[in-house]
Design a protein around this ligand. Sequence first.
Ligand code: C2O
Length: 505
Amino acid sequence: PTTRTYDFVVSEMEGAPDGVTKPMLVVNGVFPGPTIEANQGDRLIIKVTNQMSNKTSIHWHGIPQNGTNYYDGTAAITECGIPTGQSLTYDFSLDDFSGTTWWHAHDTEYTDGIEGALIVHPRSYPPKFPTWDEDLVVELTDVYHTFSGVIAAELYAGNGSLSPLFLEIPDSGAINGIGQYNGSANYFDFDLKPNKTYRLRLIHEGSAAAFRFSVDYHSLTIIEADSTLIEPQVVSGVSLAVGQRYSVLITTNQTAEPQGNYWMRSELTTVGSLPDVNTDVRGIIRYGNSKSLPTASTDPGVPGSGLSDLNTATLAPAIVQKPLDSTKSYAVYFSVAESTDGGTITFMNGTSWQPLSNSSTLLHIVDAAQKGQSFAPEGSSVELGNQFMITEDSIETVDLLLVNQDPGPHPFHLHGHTPFVMGFDTGTFNGTGLNTVNPIYRDSYIVPPAGWLLLRFVTDNPGIWTLHCHIAWHMAVGLLMQINSLPSVSAKFDIPQTILDQCRV
Ligand code: C2O
């Protein structure tokens, strides 16, 4: 294994991803931020220096952090946040993790630009797995012209006139940091070779909208869902919710566009239960010799192919892992409601998460241990500001049923684990519809509108792991809960002094 070191400097800057100048928060002056590329088993050491006026923390989405929960980068949960002018050096092993993922600030600051790709190459691929010539990273975002802190505050407090939910609608979107607003015509451009196969690593680094990705006239062979290699499927397009990734293969052998230039499209579709936005964000895949624009004005699809878009219910892992029988089960109901001042608030089992100020959940566990107390609140913990939490101090196989009481879909993510998605559907869960044979395991999944999703995972990773809606605005107004695994192990964590000091500012 190799140790890879990175220097991240987070700062405030003006930028114009879609042509409109807006305030941004960025790492090393670029948007999207630097790509981290490593091999399975490597160790990453990332020094993050905060030059912004607000504190920040960086989360490594999907990385197990086994034994290093305090480097999970979850503000107010595993750390208090890096104060202005200070640094924190994240230092963790990738262990057995491999695949396509991303890193991001763990609050709405990522909407302003603190995010980037994290690519980990596996030691090997399964036998007979498809091959490709070259890897390309495709980072998809939505773009808001208003600073995220302003949107989050208005969403919570209400802003008088507008239904607060409409604040969640983005102004536009971008592909690898370039988008179009109101007829502006800048496009991210991949200059490729003909008759090659490329792996596009699609990463949804956005904040709210779902994106439908497609490439005009080209079929897509999906080979990876989040960081899980899957049985390949050929589709015409794929929909990504916030936090999700798909790797797709395309072959540069089409002739429909005479100049050899094709649109790739990231169409912004649903934002929760709001009407579809239908904003068409475009980039270019070119493998001719011309710099002209593709000619297709509307999406031609893949003519004559009879293909349809990915149906996630059909995803099967390339390496089947048989889930253990569950030993514990919980149901968690979540909803979106109107706050007392006319804004939006969200609940999980009746509690709405609010970040602790100058403290973290992990700190509470360690403090309690030092006083000889065990810290293992079950259900809602008053000590932690009435946050819903599940605690397991032994290794259990947990079935967690997420019940969506809202008419919109919600993309959830559990830190530190790659749970099995045992089943999901609209309507009420009646004990059937579970896949116990070859369920997909992945870290980001959609709980269907007025529906349910059942996750199964093992509480063998000590620490505090958040389970939250990855719509940045929903997490900001409380759609987050915590799983407290093996607190008697995490109580003995040797938390780096820099992290403890963060909480004393
Ligand atoms: Cu992508 Cu809680 O994170």
